[in-house]
Structure formats: C-alpha cells, structure tokens
Write a protein that binds this ligand. Structure first.
Ligand code: SF4
Length: 222
C-alpha cells in the first residue's frame, strides 16, 4: 500500500488516491515497472510481498480517508475473490475504488465490486507472446461492462496499429479509449506525449500522461 499520492494515469489522473498493489502477475512485460511484485529471479519476493487479510488492508486504507483507492498490481484478478471482498469493504467504508488490470484473467466477482475497470491490453512492445497477452474472451467480457475503459501503453507504431485492431475488434467507442506513452523519466514522457497526441486527436481518443513520472521520475511507491 502507498499513499496518499495522486493517480497519475487514465480517467482519474490528478485525483488524490491511495494505492493497493497486489503481488503476482501472469505476464512478464519487458518494460514492467513493478517487477518486484512478481519477478522472483530479480527480487526477493519473501521481502517484497506481505500476506495480509482483506479486513486488515481495508482498515489501513480507510484510516487514510481516501476519496479514491486504486487496486493495482501485479495482476489483481489473480486474487479475484479476495480482491472483490476488499473492494466491497472499501466501498462500504465510503471510498471509491478502481481496478487496473491487463485483461488477461477473468475478473469474476471483482468486475462489479469496483466503480471503474481500467484495462491495459499489452501490445507487441511488451514482448509477451500474443496468446498470453491477448485473451479475447476476457477482453470481450470486460468490454461489455459499462464501467470499463481501455488504456494502451504505446511504445512503437506497431503498438498503435495493434491498439487500433483491438479497439475495432472489441467495438469500443472513442470515449472509452486512452493512449499513454511508455516512459520512466520526464524527458521520455514529454517526447512520448508529443508523439502520441496527434494519433489520439485524430481518433477521438483521450491522451494520458503519467503524472507520477513527470513529478517523481521512477521513484518507487509513487
Ligand atoms: S501485466 Fe503489468 S504487472 Fe504484469 S508484467 Fe505486465 S506491466 Fe508488469
């Protein structure tokens, strides 16, 4: 858990928020900036991760009286049942909660336990095998949720073409789509935003910055 800080990305960018980052991921994206949640080769996961009860986590989060809680990972849907219980406890406690997911694991009860599902399908630049990163059945289920939006991390023209294909195949309206550059420092972020802006404008999609990178660079826990 970390915060209060700001949500740096997507539809809620700029809002004050507390983050709950869940451990474990089913993918291994080349540019992952939270590999300490899943990569036991590079990190000591016995030190990085803690096993906590949902009640404990909810109490600790709600004590901060956040208006927004972001449930992220890793891949939170790998712990769907527990994450749904946590999300409901946080909602009952008076805070809004949104989920960040790669859209590769069925959301189950988690789908309707949050007020917003921000899905980031992984594109070619992630270097993850297509069949692992594009689970069309899961993506279609998420696309059918009225409170789901899609945020594409774009690093190359190939990524952008793929984003177009995914949006077309899922029948997403422009208002549900965000483009965001891959970047871990402010200069690269500015370059990426400049490169992506015309593409977002021409498609009627939203452009997302990464405010946490602009303000804090790649500092962890921001
Ligand atoms: S899905 Fe997210 S947490 Fe998992 S490897 Fe990719 S970027 Fe990292």
């Amino acid at each position: 858990m970390f915060g209060p800080t700001i949500q740096g990305e997507g539809p809620s960018a700029g809002r004050p928020a507390v983050f709950v980052r869940l451990g474990a991921c089913n993918l291994a994206c080349a540019w992952c900036d939270t590999a300490y949640t899943w990569d036991g080769d590079r990190y000591d996961l016995s030190r990085e991760l803690q096993i906590r009860s949902t009640g404990d986590v909810a109490r600790e989060v709600l004590a901060l009286r956040p208006s927004l809680v972001v449930l992220t990972g890793g891949e939170p849907a790998l712990q769907s049942r527990e994450a749904a219980r946590l999300a409901r406890a946080i909602t009952d406690g008076g805070s809004a909660i949104e989920l960040e997911t790669s859209g590769t694991v069925p959301l189950g009860a988690l789908a309707n336990a949050v007020r917003l599902v921000v899905t980031s399908p992984k594109l070619s630049s992630s270097a993850v095998l297509d069949r692992a990163r594009l689970r069309w059945g899961v993506l279609a289920e998420i696309a059918a949720l009225p409170h789901a939006v899609f945020k594409f991390v774009v690093q190359s023209p190939t990524d952008l073409r793929e984003a177009d294909e995914i949006v077309a195949r899922l029948g997403l309206s422009p208002g549900r789509v965000w483009l965001m550059p891959e970047a871990t420092h402010a200069a690269a972020l500015a370059d990426g935003l400049r490169a992506l802006a015309p593409h977002a404008v021409s498609r009627g999609w939203s452009l997302s910055s990464r405010l946490q990178v602009a303000v804090w660079g790649d500092e962890r826990g921001r």
